[in-house]
Design a protein around this ligand. Structure first.
Ligand code: GSH
Length: 202
């Protein structure tokens, strides 16, 4: 193995996509390993914590958990604050996105009636509360830390992008529309030249 390898499912979403974007923005030439659903059950047991993404680096054990991967890449490539306290503030926001995923992800495998009820309940309280907390803790503009993009912005962007396309049943595309700082982060990442160049690769 002579290149870093990022292993995730074959979809441009969520924890895997934010790590791919971080690697791309860091200028790292990496192997983008995309796993089909059929191959996953046999692989799961071999992953450090039974989930993806996993980052493999030459001469190192595999690194799991999206936030650990993001912070590792960010620290090494100027995409995470050098100041320990600033870094911890960014890590709090990274964890906040994981809290969102922990609340919404269980609804994905529900049957339709149960899914509808669960998601309507999330829309009524959890999601606006989540967005309010996110909003009040974004100190800068347009990115979390001000003028410069960090890995936390990629994660917040992915959280907003999850819903903004309107493809999550029973969760309105406008669910985060009333939170201008959150939307500003989403848009600034979307419009960042490095992010555009990742999607231009096809
Ligand atoms: N805390 C982990 C969660 C990993 C996780 O649950 N990943 C999902 C995909 S986003 C997964 O591997 N699902 C398949 C499974 O758990 O079998 C992280 O942040 O990476």
């Amino acid at each position: 193995m002579n290149k870093p390898k990022l292993i995730y499912f074959d979809a441009p979403v969520s924890r895997g996509e934010e790590c791919r974007l971080a690697l791309h923005l860091a200028g790292i030439d990496f192997e983008d390993v995309r796993i089909g659903g059929a191959a996953w059950p046999a692989m799961k047991e071999q992953m450090p914590y039974g989930g993806l993404p996993v980052l493999e680096l030459p001469g190192r054990p595999p690194l799991a958990h999206s936030n650990a991967i993001l912070v590792f890449i960010g620290r090494q490539h100027g995409l995470h604050p050098a100041d320990d306290f600033d870094a911890a503030l960014h890590e709090g926001a990274l964890q906040h996105v994981e809290d969102l995923r922990a609340a919404v992800t269980p609804t994905i495998r529900m049957g339709d009636a149960e899914k509808r009820a669960a998601r309507e309940a999330l829309v009524a309280s959890f999601l606006p509360e989540w967005a309010s907390y996110a909003e009040r803790n974004i100190p800068g503009a347009p990115f979390f830390g001000g003028a410069k993009l960090h890995v936390v912005d990629l994660k917040l962007h992915m959280a907003v992008r999850w819903f903004i396309g309107g493809k999550v049943d029973y969760i309105p595309a406008t669910i985060f529309a009333g939170y201008p700082k959150l939307i500003a982060v989403y848009e600034a990442v979307r419009d960042h030249p490095g992010v555009k160049s990742w999607y231009a690769k096809g």
